[in-house]
Write a protein that binds this ligand. Structure first.
Ligand code: GUN
Length: 300
């Protein structure tokens, strides 16, 4: 193995410490306690774990945390009314409605109701527009985490060729925007791209966000390239015991690590960064709502 392992877990811990420092300063200098409200409807086990982690980490960095756990049969009108109430609540600077929502609720309607000033997921059309044209505001959490790891690994990325595999609204598209801002040459590849391995072989930076376990092979990687694996694929692992699973990325780690210059592992790479970036976005929105300049280390 030649690649340096990009340790997202350690980086995320350090970032959490810096965020706690920003929270203290906002409290002392401005009497402002950033607040994050998370909303979950129903009992999807994966979502419950995520929401609990989000609420716990919010408290750990000294922020105000509100958690709304609504029953599976909650009506769309009730969720919209809650979001509206949170929009109007001055103690809340970030609103996160955990997806997926039960079938009776139109997620796009709920997202459109979240005030873009409090949209810490960067899901609303207004937030996406701000990100696109470079106005201050929240940034999609996973791409923001990837960007922070890339800056820490590479420093200036001017002129590098970044290939983003995957064109989702959640990761691929905002990631490409952020890399453009870093002066990268950006190629967006996806399931219909012809000769994907040849395209990826041109990349100085590879962002794999396709959701297919170990799709990116070692011989797709240019020697010395930086590889960021966004994939979180849960695979049955009977060798670990009955019903057990393990996580695999979108990159064949063993193969790629023999060629790349630096690479994120799964788990322990991009994953730990995402929740911390949610906290970073809450500092950003709390600052902007109160007419303050957001801390420069938490936003692009
Ligand atoms: N469900 C899975 N990932 C996410 C996320 O990043 N934000 C929200 N709101 N729901 C999710």
């Amino acid at each position: 193995m030649t690649a340096r392992i990009i340790d997202g877990k350690t980086f995320a811990e350090g970032l959490r410490g810096r965020i706690a420092g920003h929270v203290q300063r906002l409290k002392i200098d401005h009497g402002l306690t950033p607040g994050l409200a998370v909303v979950i409807v129903g009992h999807d086990p994966g979502s419950e774990i995520y929401v609990n982690q989000k609420a716990r980490q919010t408290v750990e960095v000294g922020m105000h945390s509100e958690k709304y756990e609504l029953p599976e049969d909650t009506s769309e009108a009730e969720v919209l009314a809650l979001v509206q109430r949170l929009n109007d609540d001055p103690a809340v600077h970030g609103i996160l409605v955990q997806l997926p929502l039960p079938g009776q609720i139109d997620a796009s309607k709920v997202i459109a109701t979240i005030s873009s000033d409090k949209d810490v997921d960067c899901f609303t059309p207004a937030s996406v527009g701000k990100l696109q044209i470079g106005l201050p505001g929240p940034v999609s959490c996973t791409p923001l985490g990837c960007l922070m790891l890339l800056r820490d690994t590479l420093g200036d990325m001017t002129g590098l060729h970044a290939v983003v595999i995957g064109r989702s609204n959640l990761v691929g598209k905002p990631m490409a925007q952020l890399l453009l801002r870093e002066n990268c040459t950006v190629t967006m590849a996806h399931s219909r791209t012809r000769d994907l391995p040849a395209i990826v072989r041109q990349a100085d930076i590879v962002i794999a966000a396709v959701g297919r376990p170990q799709m990116v092979k070692g011989d797709w990687i240019k020697p010395g390239a930086t590889v960021i694996d966004v994939g979180i694929n849960r695979i049955p692992a009977p060798e670990r015991g009955e019903g057990k699973t393990r996580l695999l990325g979108d990159v064949d780690f063993a193969e790629a690590a023999a060629v790349a210059g630096a690479i994120t592992p799964v788990p322990g790479g991009v994953g730990p960064m995402t929740i911390v970036c949610l906290l970073a976005n809450t500092i950003t929105t709390a600052s902007l709502i109160n007419g303050l300049v957001p801390p420069g280390d938490l936003t692009p």
